[in-house]
Design a protein around this ligand. Structure first.
Ligand code: FES
Length: 190
């Protein structure tokens, strides 16, 4: 397998909420197969900045699959082609040399586009805020490692906490139904 990829990117660019967006084409050259999808965008952006052009704006935070900020639609699929993996955990080895990749923001009425690939997800924040939050003394990290928990219970706890609030369920739903997110959060917060 080639160690680097040359790709064509079709990227959604939009100056602000009100602007009319459009797809622009970029060449992503010599992308290491071990780079993450966001690192690939970093490389493309470095090139754009060197040329004095506006970099592609996109959201991210942890880059560890935890925070849910990396909300891209890749080839028409929220978070891209790999199942149960966030955009930041998707790696370029999943693509082939010469591929054309379409990169858009999450598409849902509830997610107005702020700029390029960044969307406003405060509607989901409001759902979480209206559901309240819990404040429970659950111990520190060493406790988590030292207290033996039955596998069945540990799996059930992980399942309940699996929602990272990224909003991909809303972006995947043809009706963009926030009920998916709300029900996931009700299970999680309970
Ligand atoms: S950047 Fe945090 S889940 Fe992707």
């Amino acid at each position: 397998m080639a160690k680097t990829l040359n790709l064509t990117l079709k990227v959604w660019r939009q100056e602000n909420r009100e602007a009319k967006g459009r797809i622009e084409t970029y060449a992503a050259k010599d992308i290491p197969v071990d780079a993450s999808f966001l690192e690939m965008l970093d490389i493309v952006n470095e090139g754009l900045v060197k040329e004095g052009k506006d970099p592609i704006h996109f959201d991210h935070d942890c880059r560890e699959g935890i925070c849910g900020m990396c909300s891209l639609t890749i080839n028409g699929i929220p978070h891209g082609p790999e199942r149960q993996v966030t955009t930041c955990q998707l790696h370029m080895r999943k693509f082939k040399d010469g591929d054309t990749i379409w990169i858009e923001p999450f598409r849902a009425k509830a997610f107005p586009i702020l700029r390029d690939l960044m969307v406003d997800r405060s509607a989901l924040d409001r759902i979480i805020a209206s559901g309240g939050y819990i404040d429970v003394r659950t111990g520190s990290a060493p406790n988590a490692n030292n207290i033996a928990v039955e596998k069945v219970k540990a799996e059930a706890a992980f399942d309940a906490a699996a929602c990272i609030g990224c909003g991909a369920c809303v972006a995947s739903c043809k009706n963009a139904s926030a009920m998916l997110f709300t029900s996931a959060k009700i299970a999680h917060l309970n």
